[in-house]
Design a protein around this ligand. Sequence first.
Ligand SMILES: Nc1ncnc2c1ncn2[C@@H]1O[C@H](COP(=O)(O)OP(=O)(O)OP(=O)(O)O)[C@@H](O)[C@H]1O
Length: 133
Amino acid sequence: MMCFQFPYCADKDEQQSLSPTQVSTIQSLCSGSNDCNTASGSETKYQSVRDPTAKLRKSKYYPSFSRMPANLRVFKFSELKSATKNFSLSAKLGEGGFGSVYVGTVKDLRDTNKDFKVAVKQLGKRGFQASFM
Ligand SMILES: Nc1ncnc2c1ncn2[C@@H]1O[C@H](COP(=O)(O)OP(=O)(O)OP(=O)(O)O)[C@@H](O)[C@H]1O
């Protein structure tokens, strides 16, 4: 039987209640962040999640992808507008299937003296035809 590490599942029954879709959803949410680490099992390697949110620990399963709490920062449109200098051409990095991508600078909420660069995707008309998060 294949197992995966899931620190906020208190017991075996809860681990089994998570579907592969739910696991991959969580992995995609934290990919590239320090909240994740990689665990090796005897048969297969799985990525485990170290406390992405406190709320997640309390729930036995995720009701749906769209309602799932996440450790994602939510930006107002005005913040993204100012971060990308009003989506200026000089900030444009490229274009993909969903629309244009811009480089932006936003404040670090933990230390407002610090800035960091982000890639801002602006959903284009064609992007509405695909699912996007
Ligand atoms: N984080 C990033 N840093 C630098 N450039 C980026 C970044 N994200 C996107 N880009 C640029 O924007 C372009 C479009 O990116 P986007 O992720 O929208 O599409 P894609 O991955 O190229 O294709 P698709 O839309 O089919 O997924 C990229 O090809 C790249 O040039």
